[in-house]
Design a protein around this ligand. Structure first.
Ligand code: NAD
Length: 292
């Protein structure tokens, strides 16, 4: 090589090496996220992912004891100035409004909503009481409406765009046995997200959906009565259920809260700056959605 050219290459390599050693800016630095159901499995895994990327996170949950415990753990690991908890029932308009107001007070606004708080249920349709049906609709469909409405109000007022991520379910796309109330409520969440994507686009508000397949480990949903009902639908127990879901998936792998958190992080961050009204199924390729 001519001497000048060799010098230029060496100089460029040194500069590149310097850049590699420089600390990378965190992807969510300066961002503020509100995570509903933040004291639960997927919500807490999502909060952890976002805190690691530099975000400030408000955890909102109906379970005050779990909320205190999870918030204290995050505060110890990531700093008390970057995480707060607020007790909130997603079916209560006033509590939802207060949670957003408290987030604005603590951190200065909201850029990201993760609408995730939820329940699950299992019941053959002829045994499904109106109360069970309404509970699914209230917490899932209506709860997602109430928190996203409040997010839209705040995001529009801030006028800097934002990201809303719904944690729905693969069962919102595909039917599952003995779960008509849950499946229908989850389908409504998915369609609500599409409608809001349309409404928010001009203001730079993106709305996307992450559909988990069954996440048995690390989720409180699978504790108690629901688990027994679900297992008996398939004539098995919790371990048997997890193995069934694993075997049914194309990748033969179980899905964990951290896997769902990656999908949520993608939609929350600028990695998905040009995605809205879209869905990611985090399901290890569980083809049930496409076959029955
Ligand atoms: P989880 O039970 O561990 O967490 C859910 C959290 O939501 C809990 O902390 C609970 O206290 C909170 N919550 C429940 N009702 C509430 C209300 N009315 N107001 C505020 N908070 C409320 O369950 P998870 O697995 O982390 O579930 C998170 C979301 O993922 C839910 O919407 C669920 O339907 C969905 N999902 C879960 C699975 C799964 O197999 N775990 C599969 C598909 C979809």
């Amino acid at each position: 090589l001519p001497e000048q050219e060799a010098f230029d290459i060496e100089y460029w390599l040194l500069e590149e090496a310097k850049l590699q050693r420089m600390p990378k800016p965190k992807a969510l630095a300066g961002r503020i996220a509100l995570v509903t159901g933040g004291a639960g499995g997927i919500g807490a895994a999502t909060a952890e992912r976002m805190l690691r990327e530099g975000a400030c996170v408000m955890l909102a949950d109906i379970d005050a004891a779990a909320l205190d415990e999870v918030t204290a753990g995050f505060a110890a690991r990531h700093g008390a100035d970057r995480v707060c908890g607020v007790k909130m029932n997603v079916t209560d308009e006033a509590q939802v409004a207060r949670a957003f107001a408290e987030t604005a007070l603590a951190f200065g606004g909201v850029d990201i909503l993760v609408s995730n708080a939820g329940i699950a249920s299992s019941s053959p349709v002829e045994e499904t009481t109106l109360a069970l049906w309404n509970r699914n609709m209230d917490i899932l469909s209506t709860g997602y409406f109430l928190v996203s409405r409040e997010a839209f109000r705040m995001l529009r007022a801030q006028d800097i765009g934002g990201s809303v991520v719904f944690v729905a379910s693969k069962n919102g796309l595909a039917a599952s046995p003995n779960a008509s109330a849950y499946c229908t409520a989850k389908a409504a969440e998915i369609h609500l997200a599409r409608c809001l994507a349309l409404e928010g686009a001009e203001a730079g508000i993106r709305v996307n959906v992450v559909n988990p397949d069954a996440v048995l480990r690390g989720s409180k949903i699978w504790e108690g009565d629901w688990l027994d009902q679900r297992a008996s639908t398939y004539g098995t127990d919790k371990d048997g259920l997890e193995e069934m879901y694993r075997q049914r998936s194309l990748l033969k792998r179980s899905v964990l809260p951290e896997d769902i958190a990656e999908g949520i992080y993608f939609f929350a961050s600028e990695l998905s700056a040009k995605s809205t009204g879209n869905i990611i199924n985090v399901d290890a390729g569980n083809v049930q959605a496409f076959t029955r």
